[in-house]
Design a protein around this ligand. Sequence first.
Ligand SMILES: C[S@@+](CC[C@H](N)C(=O)[O-])C[C@H]1O[C@@H](n2cnc3c(N)ncnc32)[C@H](O)[C@@H]1O
Length: 404
Amino acid sequence: MNAHPPADQPDPLAAFAALRTPEGAALLEELRDHDPSQELATATRLRRTHPAALVSAALGQARLRQRAVAKFGAADAYRMFFTPNGVEQATRTSVAAHRAGRFAALGVRGVADLCCGIGGDAIALARAGIPVLAVDRDPLTAEVARANAEALGLQGLVEVRCADVTEIDTSPYDAVFVDPARRGGRGRIFDPEAYSPPLSWATGAALKAPRAALKIAPGVPHEAIDPRAEAEWISDGGDVKEAVLWFGEGFAPGAFRATVLPSGATVSSDGPLPAPPVGPVGRYLHEPDGAVIRAHLVADVVERCGGRLIDETIAYVTSDAPYASEVTTAYEITDQLPFNMKKLKALLRERQVGVLTVKKRGSAVEPEELRRKMKLQGPHAATVFLTRVAGAPTMLVGQPVERP
Ligand SMILES: C[S@@+](CC[C@H](N)C(=O)[O-])C[C@H]1O[C@@H](n2cnc3c(N)ncnc32)[C@H](O)[C@@H]1O
């Protein structure tokens, strides 16, 4: 944010304050279900009865709220306030609640949330009953975080301070949480030292506190992970959302963990696992959740199901006996073909497959293109895996196993 806007632009803090007046609140309520494609007409109509600056701030906020529903759910999103960066960078409720739950389970009594943004994590911590000092150096972002704590009735548990986190004394708190900014002017930042503040500063802050959590990108190279941390990858609805490094009492240094939301199922290892066996495709194929793959825990799945990998470089696990878990999706394999489009087309025609799910690992084929070429027809559904088996491009056809 620009703290000193040019004279012809409204001061962002004043524009935000106007949204919190009764007139602003009424406008936001009116815009709740507005159709974004009609924005121009809506703006023209509203400007007849409201100041133009307020109308444009309200329309902008209404757009952000609509975007925020995916992360916060409608009930919270339409009570909260956002900035464009704030909604982009905020932790989704499911993940923030999981993390807050781990702190709460250890009896944490106060968290310094360093880099609080619009308050995604601070809200979850407060809802877990933990008092929070929420710090952000951007004045508008801090103001939005304060408004959000108030809007959700959490102002008694969340103290928001607009400051640079490097100047905060965290000694009164028994835990620290740091979620550095990972976007610069030119998009996402991949080098952890280019985070703001850098990961090395965050690690230093973490090590000073009795307990700490640092949010990092899920694609972080494993070499960048501090050996004193427990690293956890978290997925929600099948997508890996983030990784978090836990430090201090109650966490396992060097351990890798994968947690799958919404079930909360979790698997972990104390350190690197031995390479799993590789062998022929059995009756079942198991697709590990992305968090399991990122946490290098596929070998754990192999062991649990008494199976093997289909290829040493591919994260598909196979077994002869059925196996079900919250961190894997199981398929019963009916056919194994060498990679050959004509043969697949003939097989799908014979089986009257009209709906085909395409999964791929280790193949460059585009699923849409494959589906088009298959000219699917018929009442049945099937799944095809485009992958490699013992190094050879292969197609496996099967069905998801129904969960009991
Ligand atoms: C990834 S966002 C935090 C998102 C937040 N956890 C949430 O769930 O809403 C990072 C925030 O760090 C703030 N920030 C970056 N460097 C900072 C610093 N040195 N001191 C204070 N805040 C900082 C940015 O203004 C940004 O709002």
